[in-house]
Design a binder for this molecule. Structure first.
Ligand code: ZN
Length: 240
């Protein structure tokens, strides 16, 4: 089986359509998502519909959680809170219901999906270093777990110690554990504005990071037309 693993789509329609097309051309047979379908960009309705049409198994991201809930947005960056309120007003009732039904952690075939970390998924912690990854590995029961949230494609490998770094291809070795960030489809933050996602060939045990350009200007135009904060459009061109 060849899985395309997407994450942090964030209502970016142009990026999602480009990634779906590329994944199918690359021979992807299944789709999975590490959460945050909505938030930040201007097409949450279309993106939720596409993810569901693709039969894409998905876990809950913090933006999916807040955009489909009624929680107070305390501690939110004002820009992010604006978009959460706007997104709540856009989504259809069946879409809100769908987002509320998403689990925090999901085992899929031989691997696991989580948005933030397995040790405390509802706390939405960010994994950037060895210590944070090690806490996660204590709760990881499959060899491979894919995650998102940081929008930076970093991979952690646990043998005796934890090694980590950016990656292009990973060959899975039996007996080791891997915690792999798939990067962001809709708002990359590693100074590379191209969309990121992962192909996972389960037979060959091979993980490949894909990067591809999409129509950033069109996405920016949609953000401005929707009246969302201009900073959200600007950051897309810089990949931050
Ligand atoms: Zn996100």
């Amino acid at each position: 089986m060849k899985y395309a693993i997407l994450g942090d789509i964030h209502a970016n329609l142009e990026a999602l359509v480009a990634v779906r097309k590329d994944a199918l051309e690359q021979g992807a047979t299944h789709f999975a998502c590490v959460g945050d379908i909505v938030g930040y960009n201007a097409n949450p309705v279309e993106c939720v519909d596409i993810v569901r049409e693709m039969n894409c198994v998905t876990v809950r991201g913090n933006h999916d959680h807040y955009c489909s809930g009624t929680d107070e947005l305390t501690g939110f960056h004002p820009l992010a809170a604006d978009v959460v309120n706007w997104t709540r007003s856009q989504l259809r009732p069946d879409q809100l219901e769908y987002l509320r039904s998403l689990k925090y952690v999901l085992p899929v075939q031989s691997f696991t999906l989580v948005h933030s970390t397995l040790d405390n998924p509802e706390m939405w912690g960010y994994v950037f270093d060895k210590l944070e990854a090690d806490a996660n590995f204590n709760y990881q029961y499959t060899s491979v777990c894919f995650f998102g949230h940081t929008h930076v494609p970093l991979a952690f490998e646990k043998t005796f110690d934890v090694k980590f770094g950016l990656y292009e291809k990973i060959k899975i070795t039996l007996g080791r554990k891997y915690f792999i960030n798939v990067g962001s489809v809709g708002q990359p933050r590693d100074r590379d504005p191209r969309s990121a996602y992962v192909l996972f060939d389960t037979q060959r045990g091979e993980v490949t990071l894909r990067r591809l350009a999409y129509d950033v200007q069109k996405t920016q135009r949609r953000i401005r037309e929707a009246g969302l904060p201009a900073a959200l459009a600007e950051r897309l061109a810089d990949g931050r």
